[in-house]
Design a binder for this molecule. Structure first.
Ligand SMILES: N[C@@H](CCC(=O)N[C@@H](CS)C(=O)NCC(=O)O)C(=O)O
Length: 163
């Protein structure tokens, strides 16, 4: 159950995964504290021992909430949705909910990972085109999916539905 303590979001200002969680907090009207983790400064603050204890994947976001620490933006969003009152973040209709998860997975598992710093640093900036090839492939797959599901937003016309 939700406690009175404010959640703490460890994130980076231009990280799309941190944005996902910030947007979810905003839509739910949840107050939270932020701890910046600069992915560039000091060789990457996500790599420190202290942060690795919070998130062994050495990625943002990590969220301290209800006495536990969660990472993986989609898991965090789902937890917030299931434990906090207010407008629901995932559609009530199972088919639409599955479509939201399908699209989120294409982005979070198929498209986004290869643009990460740790990938680019490993393959070398001269091979960025290699990553771009697979990112393009993901976006190409997303187009026909969105043709089926989209209204004003990726799935339908509402970001949030009533409980
Ligand atoms: N699947 C994870 C991905 C998290 C992720 O890739 N975070 C990026 C920033 S958007 C990161 O921390 N990268 C660190 C690095 O590349 O070293 C999620 O959705 O939270």
């Amino acid at each position: 159950m939700a406690t009175q303590t404010k959640p703490v979001l460890h994130g980076y200002f231009r990280s799309s995964c941190s944005w996902r969680v910030r947007i979810a907090f905003a839509l739910k009207g949840i107050e939270y504290d932020q701890v910046p983790v600069n992915l560039i400064k000091d060789g990457g603050q996500q790599l420190t021992e202290e942060y690795t204890t919070l998130n062994p994947m050495q990625q943002v976001p990590a969220v301290e909430i209800d006495g536990t620490t969660l990472s993986q933006s989609l898991a965090v969003i789902q937890y917030i949705d299931e434990t906090r009152p207010g407008p629901r973040l995932l559609p009530a209709d199972p088919k639409k909910r599955a479509q939201v998860r399908m699209i989120s997975d294409v982005i979070a598992s198929g498209i986004q990972p290869l643009q990460n710093l740790y990938v680019i640093q490993k393959i070398g900036t001269e091979k960025v085109q290699w990553a771009q090839h697979f990112i393009d492939r993901g976006f190409k797959a997303l187009e026909p999916i969105l043709k089926e599901t989209a209204g004003k937003y990726c799935v339908g016309d509402e970001v949030q539905g009533g409980r």
